[in-house]
Design a protein around this ligand. Structure first.
Ligand code: ADP
Ligand code: MG
Length: 727
């Protein structure tokens, strides 16, 4: 074993689980570092409290005087918890979170020192962050960007800093972040879902989207990760031969959590409790070293913030446990990658889950309305939904044998399929009294019963109905949930708006009763969105053929998938729903393309470096040993050496062959890279996708072959079998 690897492995031998002793009950810790309702009630005046609650619930503005009061109270609360700094915490288009800390501390005339924080500092800041990707929204002469307080997501303290969730917008008002469009999409779904809700419940005044994410990730020992430039620079391995034992035995999934991972999780959960992230579930995933955490679901904006925060906290906690946490969607070839299921539903202000069947036929009609409209929305905008989860890293995972394909489809299960089939046959126009009774008693009246034992879950579907919510499974583990959530809520909002228009038309112009009108439109929707429904094996080859026949898109590469984001229909959709204007839409498309090209560029650079500077020189050293050995054999055995050194000679030739191929491939790849770097954005991304990416696998193949040939003592890179089995 090489010295680098040996030292790294030696280091890991001395690791033992860090004991994280929790003296306090989880429920006592929960939200202690959050300026939540409870803290606000204690620290704010009644007027200030009501003003903030109004802003949260109804989006009303908070005036400057109240903002000053809130700021002072927030500072007092934060300082009582040991905070020294504050920051506006936002989500630029890098997909990650950003923060710039300022101290509360101020000195007046260089002598009198005090802690200050006022309404202006709370409400708006100019972080001067002109280097975030903005897709051309901010010209250099007007590069100002502002962060503005989002009261709907509570401030929190992390590592002695008061973090204030904010949106990030340009001087000219365009959104420069992922949160602003999400908030607007949530506003759209509230407006249009509430309007539809009123058909069934006159008292409904608000609908919120709920999100419960499930975060998958890998844990790797940090000393081992340090020995691999690919893990350091790209967060994934770019080469490495599969270990003899991987996940074949399925012995990791739901198994006992390894002790070191367990203590990491306990520490993480404790941090989450303090931050008010309601994590509930933890378990081993399918691949070795792969795990999952999931919280109780929350209002979507808060859930998105909590997921971004969790990913930050995970990085920090992992360091304390000598781990590197990997969110990449496909960090190891040959074993499962990581996703982030987005469980999504809608909930009215009476607390009703709109995607949950109820006890009465009327409640079930409400359920069917939201259920069928969601399916219809996915059917209409399947390509946009696919685009919302596209990235360089997720591209490697989708369509592999452990993840949904790049084709969007909806799984509803056999029982609900049967209900939809029956509804489809309901007479058009007015219903006879017999039909009405039949519908109420035999079709929709039966829904809750059948759902109770609806256990046929399909794990291969990218968008599955799971009893009382939809589960969007194609989202990648490293994604910011705001992006798919913005799209999903926007398309459903638009669909509900259409639905309302059509139902109202039948009521007002055709004299149909409300229920009849609803049935009529739903029946048409069931027919129109049949193509998107698929309950079979989403991983199979036959589905690809079938989906093509149905006219569903199958955009396997990121540049292809992204195109639809700037199509006329999509721009019109976002404009109509007031989620983004065309400048904002185009900016995001350009940022996505540029990010894709840059990620590919980095990977190409790293793979070329490892192949040339690590693998080839190691192979040459070993080849020299073999040559020396063969020469010596010749000296002793004369011409007989050819028989005696047969294997060595073969190995020498093989190694030569691989080295030659690697060099040739790297040279060709670099030539394509130079071309790509001088092309315009879309072309460049396309060249990376079509011309350059194929070299990654080819170069890797030769390197991995060499790994199996070269003396283990010489191999410099920590091998898969050493990386993947933490204790
Ligand atoms: P699994 O999908 O692993 O079988 P569950 O069905 O229990 O597990 O739930 C998975 C996730 O779904 C959890 O994160 C949970 O918070 C979320 N979830 C449950 N109900 C809702 C809902 N109404 N809206 C959004 N997410 C939900
Ligand atoms: Mg799930």
């Amino acid at each position: 074993m090489s010295r680098i690897r040996f030292n790294a492995l030696q280091e890991t031998l001395h690791r033992s689980p860090k004991n994280v002793i929790q003296k306090e009950k989880r429920s006592t810790l929960f939200g202690q570092n959050v300026f939540n309702k409870y803290a606000m009630q204690q620290y704010l005046t009644r007027a200030a409290y009501e003003s903030v609650m109004n802003a949260i619930e109804h989006g009303t503005k908070i005036d400057r005087k109240i903002a000053d009061q809130v700021a002072v109270s927030m500072k007092d609360w934060a300082m009582s918890k040991g905070a020294t700094h504050y920051t506006h915490w936002f989500q630029p288009l890098t997909g990650a979170t950003a923060e710039k800390h300022d101290a509360f501390f101020e000195s007046i005339n260089g002598s009198l020192a005090m802690e200050k924080f006022d309404g202006e500092q709370l409400v708006q800041q100019e972080p001067g962050a002109s280097s975030f990707p903005n897709g051309g929204i901010r010209n250099t002469f007007e590069a100002r960007g502002y962060t503005a307080w989002d009261p709907s997501s509570p401030a929190f303290i992390y590592e002695t800093t008061l973090c204030i969730p904010t949106i990030f917008v340009s001087y000219t008002g365009e959104a420069l972040d992922n949160k602003t469009p999400l908030l607007r999409a949530l506003q759209a779904i509230d407006t249009h879902a509430t309007a539809v809700c009123k058909y069934f419940d006159k008292n409904a005044n608000k609908v919120i989207a709920t999100l419960g994410w499930e975060q998958e990730f890998f844990l790797i020992d940090d000393a081992l990760a340090l020995s691999r430039p690919d893990l350091q620079l790209t967060g994934k391995t770019l080469l490495g031969h599969s270990p003899a034992k991987g996940q074949q035995l399925d012995d990791h999934y739901f198994g006992t959590i390894p002790a070191r991972a367990m203590s990491f999780m306990q520490d993480l959960e404790q941090e989450c409790m303090l931050l008010g992230i309601p994590v509930k579930t933890r378990h081993n995933e399918v691949a070795p070293n792969q795990f999952e955490v999931a919280p109780i679901f929350e209002e979507a904006n808060l859930a998105v913030d909590h997921n971004s925060l969790l990913m930050d906290v995970m990085q920090k906690v992992s360091r304390r446990h000598q781990f590197k946490v990997l969110f990449d969607e496909k960090p190891f070839a040959g074993i499962n990658g990581s996703g982030k299921h987005n469980n999504w539903s809608l909930s009215s202000d009476s607390g009703t889950n709109l995607l949950s069947p109820g006890k009465t036929p009327m409640k079930n009609l409400q359920f069917l309305t939201f259920f069928i409209n969601t399916i219809k929305a996915v059917n209409t905008y399947e390509e946009l939904l696919r685009a919302s989860i596209s990235s360089a890293s997720n591209e490697r995972r989708l369509g592999k044998n452990e993840a949904p394909p790049a084709i969007m489809s909806v799984f509803v299960g056999s029982q609900l399929s049967a209900v939809l089939d029956e509804l489809e046959n309901v007479t058009k126009g007015k219903l006879s009294p017999e039909e009405k009774t039949d519908l109420k008693l035999n079709i929709i009246g039966k829904i809750p019963e059948i759902l109770l034992d609806n256990t046929d879950r399909n794990r291969t579907s990218p968008f599955a109905f799971t009893g009382n919510k939809f589960e969007f499974r194609a989202v990648g583990a490293s994604a910011n949930c705001a992006i798919p959530m913005t799209v999903l809520n926007t398309i459903v909002a638009k669909q509900l708006k259409e639905f309302k228009r059509e139902v109202d038309f039948l009521i007002d112009e055709k004299g149909l009763k409300k229920d009849e009108a609803v049935f009529n439109i739903l029946r048409e929707y069931i027919k129109e969105s049949k193509n998107i429904r698929f309950d079979g094996d989403g991983y199979g080859e036959s589905w690809k053929k079938e989906a093509k026949k149905r006219g569903l898109s199958n955009n396997t590469t990121t540049p292809d998938a992204l195109k639809v984001k700037v199509s006329k229909e999509v721009v019109a959709l976002f404009e109509e729903m007031e989620v983004m204007n065309s400048i904002e839409v185009t900016a995001r498309y350009e940022v996505d393309l540029a990010t894709y090209a840059k990620k590919m560029q980095i990977e190409a650079g790293v793979i070329a470096d490892i192949a040339r500077n690590h693998v080839v020189p190691t192979a040459v050293i070993y080849q020299n040993t073999l040559l020396e050995n063969t020469k010596n054999l010749k000296e002793i055995f004369g011409n007989d050496y050819k028989n005696i050194a047969k294997e060595q000679i073969e190995l020498i030739m093989n190694i030569s062959n691989h080295i030659t191929q690697i060099n040739a491939l790297v040279v060709k790849m670099e030539a394509e890279k130079s071309k790509a770097n001088s092309q315009v954005l879309f072309k460049s991304a396309e060249t990376y996708s079509q011309k350059i990416q194929p070299f990654f696998d080819q170069i890797r193949e030769h390197c991995d072959q060499l790994e199996t040939m070269v003396d283990d003592n010489l191999w410099p890179l920590t091998k898969y079998r050493e990386l993947l089995f933490i204790k």
